[in-house]
Design a protein around this ligand. Sequence first.
Ligand code: HSE
Length: 438
Amino acid sequence: MEPIRIGVLGLGTVGSGTVSVLHRNAGEIARRAGRGIDVVRAAARHPDRERSCDLTGIEVTGDARAVVDDPDIEVVVELIGGTDAARELVLRAIRQGKHVVTANKALIALHGNEVFSAARAAGVIIAFEAAVAGAIPVIKSVREGLAGNRIRSLAGIINGTCNYILTAMQSVGKPFDEVLAEAQALGYAEADPTFDVEGIDAAHKLTILASIAFGHPLQFERVHVEGLGVVEPADISYADQLGYRIKHLGVARHSERGIEMRVHPTMVPKQHLLASVDGVMNAVLIEGDAAGPIVCHGAGAGAEPTASSVVADLVDVVRTLTTDPDQRVPHLAFQPDRIANLPLLAMEEVETAYYLRMLAEDRPGVLAELASIFGELDISIEAVVQREPPRGVRQVHLIMLTHQVRESRMDTAVARIEASSCVEGSVTRIRVEHFGAE
Ligand code: HSE
């Protein structure tokens, strides 16, 4: 059979990695797909720039539309990122009856509902495994491998840059800026790293995972998003003393009350698998009612790890072209007419345990006053830590761990503590999750 001809949009980190993997593993890939996969054209913003991959036989242009419109190209691989140009190019490819593979989480999280509906109308495939957690086949695992389960929850370290920063803060105490610059130099951070450190990138990925797990439309705007900002070296050290690690997690849970989707720094017990995921590695914990807990762990970014997922999608596309188009795996795992508007919980309704850090007066009655605020609000305290202050200092860091409480009630408690004269400044809060670990 003739090789399938593809066009690659974007020759940055992932684009170059994809060309390299397709080239190096061409024989093995063809054995799996049933035919070869040839990159015949590629588009890059700087077509003449030196690349890390071998571009022999590939016509490189600065005009992405020309690649999409080329009648010889059957599959378009979108690796330019962003939403404006990418959305236009992907819809243009779909309208021309071309299959699309993309690594673009922002595109899927923000415009996936539109893109999928266009793809269904045109009868083409849109595959996006590389959009979430780089090399880890987590979309395939949830959508296909766990298709027999009612998924209860997902919790993931899904931003390598945040994990790299937290790991470095934990292990070597390097300053935030220096660690972020290292992550950028290694090609892990987004072009705009605020997307990483403010949690937007993780929220894009969580949006996709939650829809695939629970079968509701993509709703990025409903994700509660917090970045790394609140976490100070002192919190990492207090968490350590209390038996926890701080991780930046995306959490999606389906309870009887509804679905919660949230991204924020989270304390997890040191002995939990997620606590030992370090550096730029990603991991996703999935809880199915039949399967129980499953953890997928691996490289969440980088040229070839992400290319691994792009190429797997290409192999899927090639295989699917030889089967009944109506029997394709649905984009969001559930049949399009069975996607349901399930109730989504507002963040105020979510229940978690909390770590609270505050600067308190070191004098009699302070602890009693704070304890009475918690007591009146029926919030149960699990642990309190107060270190002896240096001589002459009247204020101390007071750390409190609480049992599970609804967010709205904790909002009230924090507001009352911050208004109290025995506490100065704001209260830092980090949610605590145990995920079944003892
Ligand atoms: N910026 C992302 C991360 C890379 O740090 O995980 C891939 O999505």
